[in-house]
Design a protein around this ligand. Structure first.
Ligand code: ZN
Ligand code: ZN
Ligand code: ZN
Ligand code: ZN
Length: 166
């Protein structure tokens, strides 16, 4: 199931590589674009006091203390990812015992098909879960990829212009 693996990807994308938990107050290293919890990176800097420049725990690109900034976008993604069903088992709606297959954009929460029909979400814009996971995956990829030019290179669509003849 492609949809489920995307959700799984998303779950992994919001995990800090230092503490292996969901990002808590994530910050992005300005130079290389990697994300860590603020507490993780602060502690990391304190522990490696020996040098004024610290290698990024992820890619070893050197950075100075303070050369990171809050990643608000990622923080939102984390908040949303926390609401996704665990990849190991699909979560059902507590109220209706239906699978949570939709994401209410207004409430930023997962809902089931019955919720969608209910009065509380009736006029709300909803998206299929897998689509949301993909969207946030894209945001995340661009937010963290150190060199977007490389992304473009590997992502070049092969232009196959069909001269619409049969
Ligand atoms: Zn962390
Ligand atoms: Zn890095
Ligand atoms: Zn429901
Ligand atoms: Zn709603």
């Amino acid at each position: 199931m492609a949809a489920r693996s995307r959700v799984k990807d998303l779950q992994e994308a919001v995990i800090c590589s230092v503490c292996l938990a969901y990002f808590n107050d994530p910050v992005i290293l300005i130079k290389c674009g990697h994300n860590f919890c603020r507490s993780c990176i602060t502690q990391y800097c304190q522990e490696s006091k020996t040098s004024p420049r610290y290698p990024c725990p992820e890619c070893r690109e050197p950075f100075r203390e303070g050369e990171f900034q809050p990643n608000w976008q990622l923080r939102n993604v984390v908040e949303i990812a926390k609401k996704f069903p665990e990849p190991s088992g699909e979560r059902a709606c507590e109220k209706h015992k239906e699978l949570l297959k939709l994401f209410c954009e207004l409430d930023q929460t997962l809902i089931c098909l019955v919720c969608r029909e209910s009065r509380s979400h009736k006029d709300h814009p909803v998206l299929p879960v897998e689509e949301v996971a993909q969207d946030y995956q894209v945001i995340f990829a661009f937010g963290t990829h150190p060199r977007p030019d490389r992304l473009e290179q590997s992502d070049q669509p092969s232009e196959n212009r069909n001269p619409a003849r049969s």
